[in-house]
Structures are given as C-alpha cells and as structure tokens.
Write a protein that binds this ligand. Sequence first.
Ligand SMILES: *Cc1c(COP(=O)(O)O)cnc(C)c1O
Length: 436
Amino acid sequence: MSRPEPSHTLPDRSIYLRRESKVRSYCRTMPRQFVKARGPWMYDDQGGRYLDFLSGCSTLNYGHNHPVLKQALIEHIQNDGIAHGLDLHTQAKAEFLHTFDELILEPRGLDYVAMFPGPTGTNAVEAALKLARKVTGRNLVIAFTNGFHGMTLGSLACTGNAAKRQGAGVPLDNVVHEPYDGYHGQGIDTAELLERRLTDGSSGLDAPAAILVETVQGEGGLNVASAAWLRKIAALAKRHGALLIIDDIQAGCGRTGGFFSFEEAGIEPDIVTLAKSLSGLGLPFALTLFRRELDIWNPGEHNGTFRGNNHAFVTATAALRHFWSDGEFAGEVSRRGEYLAERLERMAEAHGLETRGRGMMRGIVLPNGELAAKVTAACFDRGLIIETSGADDEVVKVLAPLNIDDEIFAKGLDIVEECVANVMSEYVEASLEVTK
Ligand SMILES: *Cc1c(COP(=O)(O)O)cnc(C)c1O
C-alpha cells in the first residue's frame, strides 16, 4: 500500500491559521514549516537551512538529534522497551537513577532523592512548592522580580511578568516578589534588604515556606545572581526556616558550565528543579530533587500519569554518559562561554550597549524591545534562529547548542553582530533626524 506523500511537499500552511489557536507564538516570528534538524541546524520545507541559537529555549543543549542519544532511543524502541509505565520500576528508570547517582550526585556530594513529577518544568516547580509548604506548614513563598517559573497557577504566582500573570484569571497569591540581585542597581544589596524584612517583626512579611530563585534569569532578561548573593540567600533561608529552591530548569544541565548552575556558588539548595535539557533529545522530562529528610510525601500524594518518561530516561542516561562522565564537557562549555562573552562585549562596546548572562547563556541588551525584535527578525532573514528575553523583550539572547562547532558558532555570532550594527545605526540615524 502506498502512503500519501508527507505534507511538507506542500508549502500550504493555512491549516495553522484555520485550526491552531491564537495562543501560538514562536511560529509567528518564524513563519516556516520545519521538517528536519541535526546538530545546530534546522531545515524547512522550502530547502531553507537555519542555525539554531534558540535550542528550544535551552532544551537542546546537545543540539538536535544527537546521534548517540538517538541511537539509544532507537534501540530501546526496537527492543520493545517500556514506553509508558506510570511510576513502575523499569530498567530504563533504574539505569537513569544509577547513572544520575554515579555521575552527577555522588561526585558533587549531594544526597538528594529524586521525584518524578509530570514531564514539564512547571510540574517540577509545582511539586517543589507543594513540598516546601507541606514540610514547613507555611504558605508564603518568596520569589524574585523578573523570575520565570512556568505557567500553571502555582508556578505562575511565582513568575514576575505581568502579561503572563494576567492569563491566570484568578488571584495569584501566597507569593511575594522581592528584588533580585542588582534590581536596585549596584551598591544596593538586595539580600540584605530581604534579611532586614525577614528579621523585622513588623515588616509585614510572613515567615516564608521557601525562597525560589534562578541563578540566571532565563526568561527575565539574563540577570545574573552573584555567587556572594546566592550564598547570602542560602544562609538567610536557613536562618529563617525557609527551604531554598533553585529553579535550574533553564540554567542547569550544563548551560552555565557545571551540570548545576549553583555549583560555582558552592551552595547546596534544599530543593532543585530540572527539566528542559534533562532528556537531552528534547523529550519532555522533569525532575524535582530534594534533601532526603524532606521526603515526607505520602504515596501518590502528588500523582500524575506521565511521571517519568521512559524514552526520556533512556536518552537522559545516554546524555549523562556521553557528556558528563568527566569534567571535559563543562570545561568546553566554559571556554565557549568566554568566547561568547568576548564577542558580545565587542558588539556592546561598539554601540554603547550592555551585555548580560553567564556561561553559554548570554545576551546583548538593546535600547528597547522593538529594536531587539528587529535584530532577531533580521537574523532570521539571514538564516539564524534567535529570540529575545526580558521584561520588555529587550535582550537578544544567545542559546546556542553547548557542543556547537567553534567555526559555526563564530559565523552565527557574525550574523548577530551584523544585525545589531544595522539596527543600531538605523536607530541612531533616526534619533539624529528627530533632534535636527
Ligand atoms: C522554561 C522554564 C520553566 C517552565 O518549564 P515548562 O517546561 O515550560 O513548564 C520553569 N522555570 C524556568 C527557569 C524555565 O526556564
């Protein structure tokens, strides 16, 4: 029997307009139909090739369809390995846990137990919040300005962005947003401000169940928390009986160098959330890790049909073995991150702009969101997929694959440099016109 030709031979995309909800977003600024991807490259149905500096918002840290990860999954499926098993014990789960234990937890001296929530990042955050409130018997959570933690109600309450919060339709409560590191500019230590509020019995701030923080704010504009600030936050959480939750969903899995983004600060969070690049192949998979003493869950108390994705266990195990069996990969990421920093600094200097970020998670701050959107659109026209971040979407954010070839990386950054230069000179000319 012959099968119909795949629809990618037909460039008609009207089906999306007719049948897909208006909630769609990335596809609006990148209106192509993609058919294939390999390493840092994506291909559309018109023969177009794109260099991917978005990497599924840091879900594809090892690039698209990494051959080692893909092969592991193909073999698993070929051998009728378990695809879905609720939270039953499976060989794939055991291998993942053994590998995670041996390559990630033990070498770092972290005695966490692993909870498999539903497969997306927001599930991991919801589980973390629920556990912190259950353990402490408190309901208030301290999150930070510009934080992003997901779109379900609990996580959304911790998210700062007004446009995202507006979608909730109900009050988002039991969370306060305190100023993140650097929010009030240099010279104002926001960890000290928080300490003062927590210590002052009349500040109006209730004793918190948890302090939830990203070490680098992925969606919130690549603001970086210094190691010293993180250590202060960790210490004050402890002092005030609150659990420290590091949301490492975007900054973790090597994006900032080490497997966990908090390693550099030398802190040991009570709870850690991981998702995005954990499966390594782009399969949905999330993990909530916490100190053994906190494991007071009743069986099934936080349940879900897709807890642990067996296909993702297989690819995550392969990714850990391939990239994390020694320190070489982390070193490579740091080296590339330094190169990225230099390139962005040069662009920023040329146009009086600012850079932000850490490791392979960095960007350049345009004067406003409109200009940043012009830069990303111009990049897309030249075959580079790149997105913005920040309160006003004003930061052009480079999230290249961590294992990208140096020469390809340089070429992609050439495109960013050229587009920033074009957009900025147009902008400067236009403002001169106005003042004439
Ligand atoms: C993406 C992200 C989330 C939410 O993950 P989803 O898989 O989109 O639910 C939570 N926290 C951070 C820091 C993220 O970057």
